[in-house]
Design a protein around this ligand. Structure first.
Ligand code: SF4
Ligand code: SF4
Ligand code: FES
Length: 491
């Protein structure tokens, strides 16, 4: 384990540690463009140059390994001058269109220029090399070659992470530019990470472009519910609107986000978002919708089934279990969902598309209930007259429900989720609007945090269930989501 000195401070590091990582351990920041902790070292941008005593030239901190006794300086006059030179070089052909660039506010060029340069350009605008300006590459990205500093992070991401190798550096020297390989499209399912990783505004997200200046955005850490992987992420929002989701890199689950997960926030403000109840096809206020659903449940007493959902939080499933047991008083309820968990593509996307199959298992342990097969058999046998279910969970019994045609009371956040033939639909707040506990495929307990508020009158599902209980049997007296959790044991 070599011991080295960086800016007068001594640090012992593992063999093979780079100077950049060793400095990081000491809390010394070395600027970088091409370096990314999860990509191979390229060493092409030269922004990380540092001085090593007795070395003839400055060295790149991202690609130089620490050796016993090294004395490193990261802020000497020589290093400062080198950083200024590198920035001048990178900015020579840069279009400087910051006022209309979506990266402004989080751009590596802007930030480092302010921190390490502040030099006036010796280059005339008219002499700058021209490159292709904005063009769509793939469903989610726009590429502006003129802004590119050729750090190759995008190229390495596509060859090392997704292994789809769509991108390449074309030509040589100052003719170089990034482009798609012939016949390739940038649609690998993780492409929006390229916009995050691009240190300048060359690759930008088609979804986020021009929607909001980044300095207006507030950040709320939350969890992706796009599948059982349960990636950690941040919702970036302003004035009760989410504008983008960004990964929160962590050791347990994810460095990146898949494109599907990253765009899940769009359902919150989609045109088909439900803010009222639906009886048959007519919209009505929540209260009369609950009264009507409650009356139908009451009529069918003894032949009512309640289906939990691996798409709902532990709290909301627990509230449904309480509804079945304590209010409707039926034994026809099910929180038994099996799915093969595991990473489908070797990167992040899970074989289980539901985020809380493990969490429903906890509700089953606490409250019991039927297996999905047994509930399905009872519905098919005509023993069930009314089924209460979350929309996507109802899809798991699609054929049985279609054949037996019980009266369906569905909890749904968006109209597009409602199964055909549903009698009553009750809206609920999405997990971008209300907190909830989810257990991912690794058994990690994670809680969503609401970055935005639900539309007026739309309540969390546990609260809707609480009101429905009052209309269809005994009141559950739930004052909070936590009240529903009584009896649930988290491992
Ligand atoms: S497009 Fe962005 S990530 Fe790709 S090489 Fe250029 S600057 Fe780097
Ligand atoms: S892999 Fe799953 S949890 Fe992760 S971002 Fe994609 S959909 Fe969301
Ligand atoms: S970060 Fe070291 S050369 Fe680019």
């Amino acid at each position: 384990m070599p011991t080295i000195t960086i800016d007068g401070k001594s640090v012992e590091v593992e063999k093979g540690t780079t100077l950049l990582a060793a400095a990081q351990k000491l809390g010394v920041y070395i600027p970088r463009y091409c370096y990314h902790p999860k990509l191979s070292v390229s060493g092409n941008c030269r922004m990380c140059l540092v001085e090593v005593e007795k070395a003839p030239k400055l060295v790149t901190a991202c690609s130089t390994e620490a050796a016993e006794g090294m004395i490193v300086r990261t802020a000497s006059d020589k290093v400062k001058a080198a950083r200024r030179d590198v920035l001048e070089y990178l900015l020579i052909n840069h279009p400087l269109d910051c006022p209309i660039c979506d990266q402004a506010g989080e751009c590596g060029l802007q930030d480092y220029y302010m921190e390490y340069s502040l030099a006036r350009s010796r280059f005339k605008m008219a002499d700058k090399a021209r490159r292709q300006k904005r063009r769509a590459v793939g469903p989610h990205l726009v590429l502006d070659n003129e802004r590119c500093i050729l750090c190759t992070r995008c190229v390495r991401f596509c060859s090392e992470v997704t292994r789809t190798s769509e991108l390449e550096v074309m030509e040589r020297a100052d003719h170089s530019y990034i482009d798609l390989k012939e016949g390739k499209a940038l649609d690998n399912g993780y492409s929006l990470n390229i916009a995050d990783n691009c240190p300048v505004g060359a690759f930008t997200s088609r979804d986020f472009r021009f929607k909001q200046r980044v300095w207006f955005l507030k950040k709320t850490p939350t969890v992706c519910l796009g599948c059982a992987t349960g990636c950690l992420m941040e919702a970036h929002h302003n004035e009760n609107t989410i504008y983008r989701l960004m990964p929160s890199p962590n050791a347990e689950t994810n460095t990146w986000l898949c494109d599907h997960g990253r765009l899940t926030y769009k359902a919150v403000r989609a045109g088909d978002r439900l803010t009222k109840g639906v009886i048959k096809n007519g919209l009505i206020d929540l209260e009369p919708a609950l009264r009507e659903a409650g009356a139908r449940i009451d009529e069918a007493r003894g032949a009512v089934a309640v289906l939990g959902s691996p798409w709902l939080s532990v709290e909301d499933n627990a509230a449904l279990a309480r509804l079945a047991k304590d209010s409707v008083k039926t034994e026809n309820y099910c929180f038994d969902f099996a799915s093969e968990p595991g990473i489908k593509d070797g990167i992040l996307i899970n074989k289980d598309p539901a985020p809380n199959t493990s969490g429903t298992g906890l509700v089953k342990t606490a409250h019991g209930g039927l297996s999905l097969e047994e509930l399905s058999r009872r519905i098919a046998a005509g023993q069930i007259k009314v089924v209460l279910a979350e929309a996507r969970a109802a899809g798991l019994l699609k054929d049985t429900l279609k054949a037996a045609a019980p009266l369906l009371v569905i909890f749904a956040a968006n109209k597009g989720e409602i199964p055909a033939g549903t009698y009553a639909t009750l809206p609920y707040a999405s997990y971008f609007e209300t907190p909830g506990t989810f257990v991912n495929y690794q058994g990690l307990r994670r809680r969503t945090a609401p970055p935005v508020e639900a539309p007026e009158g739309v309540k969390p599902l546990w609260a809707v269930v609480n009101k429905l209980a009052a209309y269809s049997g005994a009141s559950l007296q739930l004052d909070s989501a936590e009240d529903a959790l009584k009896g649930i044991v988290f491992k």
